[in-house]
Design a binder for this molecule. Sequence first.
Ligand SMILES: *Cc1c(COP(=O)(O)O)cnc(C)c1O
Length: 377
Amino acid sequence: MNAIADQLTQLARPEVRTLPAYNAGLSSEVVRQRYGVSHVARLGSNENPFGPSPAVGAALANMAQSAGLYPDANCRALRSAIAQRCGALADAVVVGNGSENLLEVLCQAFLSPGDRVVTLIPSFGLHDIYPRMMGASVQMVPVTEAMEFDVDAWCLALATGPSPKLAILSNPSNPVGCMLDTQAFERIVAATPADTVLVVDEAYYEYARLSPGYADALATLRKQSRPWIVLRTFSKAWGLAGLRVGYGIASDIFLVQILDRIRTPFNVNYAAQTAALAAWNDPDHMEMSVRDAVGQRDTLAEALRTLGLFVAPSAANFLFVNLHRPNGPVAEALLARGIIVKPWKEKGYEHFIRVSIGSALDNALFLQAMQDILGDS
Ligand SMILES: *Cc1c(COP(=O)(O)O)cnc(C)c1O
């Protein structure tokens, strides 16, 4: 390291010095240039190949002339539309610059150095990075050998030692895709101390809803008098990852008021609010894309199992695949063919890739490439 880098590292907060960078994946342009391919199959970020409702384009064109105005700092129109469909109070809904923004704000609002956080491993990186940014100590509960939630281990982690400030779990999990059913979810809720804020990240809710038994977290949590928040996003099923909108439904309006103190006042920009509302008002488009993804997911999982690979059962729009060999060379060989997937880097999972369900063409390209690559080695 050079002297300036060294000095800056010393100036940074101790929590920041050891923080890993978020692994955001490669851009299509970089892949096109580096590998000289014309078509890039983006199967690394769980994006929706259908994109948003066509209504979004018209709404954005209409708002362009208002781009000189500040957006509504309280996202009133979008919050009340979300609240209405979810059966919540508008004041118990919070909107963020992506749901990752809400994760960040939750950590800033609740975590002091030394506080405990319980989450999953393998994990969505930000469930670990944001708590560590605040100096919390993060306990990660592994999935079982069969790549399912380990409910016993969760209950033990939640009930042992000082109460965690936050318990953060994604249902279904990213990257595994496993889900909690109603009974398992109720056990975890019952084991969560009353002074822990339970954060249920439902980024893939719209997909998982089609899986029989998927826990209805809102229905369970509404019967509890304890703090909780359910996070959802417009980035996946609603096809709006590029505009950054996520929302939370909270146990009560006071939780939202705390988050409102921390978030930047205009955290959701004008285009994002406009687009999200237009998408929300066209659920048919979202549901069509979700049905397509679920059908293709199950077909692709079967085909990969035929190749001798282990594929974790998934309730989301991606598959977590054990290659039974280091993932780096396989991911590299896929990139050489213009196919982006996510080789998992967390310790113990270096044989796994996460592949998103894309268009029928891209899924077929991926499967063909896997047959070629695994046949060659
Ligand atoms: C994709 C994803 C998010 C959503 O991120 P946005 O910031 O809303 O784009 C949140 N949590 C998990 C587990 C995800 O996979």
